[in-house]
Design a protein around this ligand. Structure first.
Ligand code: NYM
Ligand code: MG
Length: 225
């Protein structure tokens, strides 16, 4: 007699939140994790740069301006940010495969937007991230430069300057178009982050519920391929 077969575990959803500094990503990641948990989905939060890994410790020191990595030329640090993602990619892939959803605070799209803002070329920046797990959905929390200024509260880390963030914002727009060009419409959604915490949470929740009802589980695919 054959044993009853187990229903196949559905793959977890891979959801990324992107946006400028101070756009409310970290708060919304937390709220999204709670929402998915309440729906009975196993879920884990992740954050890039992951400052806890070997490369992440160095990146953390770079961002806090304790060390220089390649100076004005942004290529070395770009590769390090990418290496930081690769360092975690096997663990993320394993979580997704085992049915755990992953909600990620920044990913390769920040890597691309911030390095483009330094003047580097996409043809150099994209290849290192090629083949990383592809998010099922990336939500871009969009805030005007004026609103960013009003929120203030920028820290002392590198890049936390209103002028630079304005350049990054423009680059994120291009990155979003590129995601849709390569991976199809619907993989990148912009959310107005100018509303209240509750409003942003509801707008995001609607998109995630729609995604979950459409896909059930996530879809295995690779970034930029
Ligand atoms: N950042 C983040 C990059 O420049 N490249 C990357 O690949 C990633 C993931 O690091 N200003 C920048 C964006 C942020 C900074 O992020 C640190 P956070 O979310 O403040 O820890
Ligand atoms: Mg920050």
């Amino acid at each position: 007699m054959s044993t009853p077969s187990q229903p196949p575990t559905s793959r977890g959803l891979f959801i990324v939140l992107e946006g400028l500094d101070r756009s409310g990503k970290s708060t919304q990641c937390e709220l999204l994790i709670q929402r998915l948990q309440a729906q009975g989905r196993p879920v884990k939060g992740w954050k890039f740069p992951d400052r806890t890994t070997s490369t992440g410790i160095l990146i953390d020191r770079y961002l806090r301006k304790e060390v220089e990595i390649g100076g004005e030329d942004g290529r070395a640090i770009h590769l390090l940010f990418s290496a930081n993602r690769w360092e975690c990619s096997t663990a993320i892939e394993a979580l997704l495969a085992s049915g755990t959803s992953v909600v990620c605070d920044r990913y390769a799209f920040s890597g691309l937007a911030f390095s483009l803002a330094k003047g580097l070329d996409a043809s150099y920046l994209v290849p290192p991230d090629k083949g990383l797990p592809l998010p099922d959905l990336t939500l871009f929390l969009s805030l005007s430069t004026e609103q960013t200024k009003l929120r203030g509260g920028f820290g002392d880390e590198r890049y936390e300057l209103v002028e630079f963030q304005a350049i990054v914002k423009g680059k994120f727009e291009w990155v979003g178009e590129e995601v849709e060009r390569v991976h199809g419409a619907g993989k990148w959604k912009e959310i107005n982050a100018g509303g209240t915490v509750e409003e942003v949470k509801e707008a995001m929740g609607r998109l995630i519920d729609e995604l979950a009802s459409r896909e059930g589980g996530g879809v295995k695919a690779k970034l930029w391929t």
